[in-house]
Design a protein. Structure first.
Ligand SMILES: *Cc1c(COP(=O)(O)O)cnc(C)c1O
Length: 435
């Protein structure tokens, strides 16, 4: 064994604080607005669906926020996650670049999402909430929140988009295995769902409809709050354990990344790996490139406008200042379901606007070509979402091959694709087109 390729940390090195990039932004973050009055939303309005302690985090300007010991203890079930150098992948690409990846698929639910699910369940629990309601598309968020709720002895109710409920049965089973109650949305559980079913009993559902059902459930059931798996400031905050660990591990590897890459749907896993590097850029003058990788079919950062828009399809949420394709934008059906969101985290959008974050979009045929090469050289089958980050890393590595530059690339492998094998089945059958 010559080179080390696997970099681990001990449990005592799980970060003790989350990093809040809002404290270091060149301009203060643009506040969410009440759509009726166009005045900033008050904390009181938000506590209708979120507990006070999380509303406080959402609006916080503190740079560092302590991670409660109880949350760190649950993190210790799978954190710190490993960082690996992908030497076989480098060889397959014939590149002089060094490629590292942080592996968030090592969590029990298979993605980065438990980093915030566990924190949110904990803060709700200590606020006296005993039941959480949420929506899920492909099921990654639902599975993460279901796991977090069962670890803290809470009830979890998930409204799962009807088409996914039927097509992604394994994730539905995973949620039920963790003790969650899962309904195909639209459901008979809510007024809104019943109304839609009366109009069309075969309604396939959408994320917008599922959000509306989860919010209705929350405001009509005592002891219940709502939980969201991406986009919001406190979600990005919780994910910063990823980048803090990665920085230590890269130092251990004796290298520093020239470019840090993450795929973006709502922006949270990218925020997780990139914000600690943004902190260094903003406070120490380093010039680490931060690259967000998105699908060409849903290009909110590369093609969207930076303006106020609703967070959901139905127009029920406050207005958020963010990169958006319009809240009524219907992205084409692509295999990376977790990246089909019309908007983007306001914090990621603002960093993009100020030039601290760059973005590129990728077509899914190229994305899966790189995903297969990665699986066949490193052994891990990547989630379709994460494969966009892999594609970005491949293009950076190919550029280094052209110039002979000794570039160091770090990307976040946000999840594994073992519950997405039907997608790979279609890829192998040549049944995946660009849209
Ligand atoms: C949900 C998901 C994403 C997209 O969400 P972000 O908030 O942008 O991180 C990316 N990768 C995986 C594996 C996911 O489950």
């Amino acid at each position: 064994m010559s080179e080390r390729t696997h970099f681990t940390l001990s449990a005592s090195e799980i970060p003790t604080r989350w990093y809040n990039v809002a404290a270091d932004l060149p301009q203060p973050p643009a506040p969410p607005l009440n759509p009726a009055t166009r005045e900033p939303v008050t904390p009181e309005m938000m506590t209708a669906i979120f507990p006070e302690n999380l509303v406080e985090q959402e609006m916080s300007a503190e740079r560092w926020i302590d991670i409660p010991e109880e949350v760190r203890k649950v993190y210790a079930l799978w954190r710190p996650t490993p960082l690996l150098r992908a030497v076989r992948f480098e060889k397959a690409l014939n590149t002089p670049a060094h490629i590292y990846y942080k592996y968030e698929g090592a969590s029990p639910a298979g993605s980065h999402k438990p980093n915030t699910a566990v924190a949110q369940a904990y803060y709700n629990k200590i606020a006296g909430v005993h039941r959480l309601a949420t929506e899920t598309g492909a099921g990654q968020w639902g599975a993460s929140l279901a796991m977090a709720c069962c670890l803290f002895g809470m009830e979890c109710r998930v409204y799962m988009v009807r088409v996914s409920y039927d097509a992604k049965a394994y994730r539905r089973m995973l949620m039920q295995t963790y003790g969650a109650t899962v309904y195909a949305s639209p459901s008979k559980e809510t007024e809104f769902g019943r109304k839609l079913l009366a109009q069309d009993p075969d309604c396939p559902g959408s994320l917008g409809i599922a959000i509306s059902e989860a919010v209705e459930d929350t405001v009509t059931t005592p002891g219940t709050k709502y939980s969201l798996g991406s986009v919001l400031n406190h979600v990005c905050l919780h994910q910063t354990v990823i980048g803090q660990e990665a920085m230590k591990q890269m130092a251990d590897a004796g290298e520093d990344p020239d470019v840090v890459i993450g795929c973006v749907g709502g922006g949270s896993n990218f925020a997780g790996i990139a914000f600690p590097y943004a902190h260094r850029n903003l406070t120490e003058g380093t010039k680490t490139r931060l690259l967000a990788a998105e699908p060409s079919a849903c290009p909110s950062l590369t093609k969207g406008e930076y303006r106020y828009d609703f967070g959901d399809t139905a127009g029920m949420t406050p207005l958020l200042k963010m990169n958006t394709l319009g809240h009524d934008f219907m992205p084409a059906s692509i295999h990376a379901g977790g990246l089909r969101y019309h908007g983007m985290s306001p914090l990621v959008s603002q960093l993009h606007e100020t030039g601290i974050v760059e973005a590129r979009s990728y077509h899914q045929t190229k994305v899966f070509e790189s995903a297969l090469l990665f699986a066949q050289s490193e052994g891990i089958v990547p989630a379709p979402e994460s494969s966009h980050a892999i594609r970005a890393a491949v293009e950076e590595a190919e550029a280094a091959r052209e110039t002979g530059e000794k570039k160091v690339i770090l990307f976040n492998l946000s999840g594994h694709g073992l519950l997405d094998l039907p997608v790979y089945d279609r890829v192998l059958a040549g049944d995946v087109q660009d849209v």
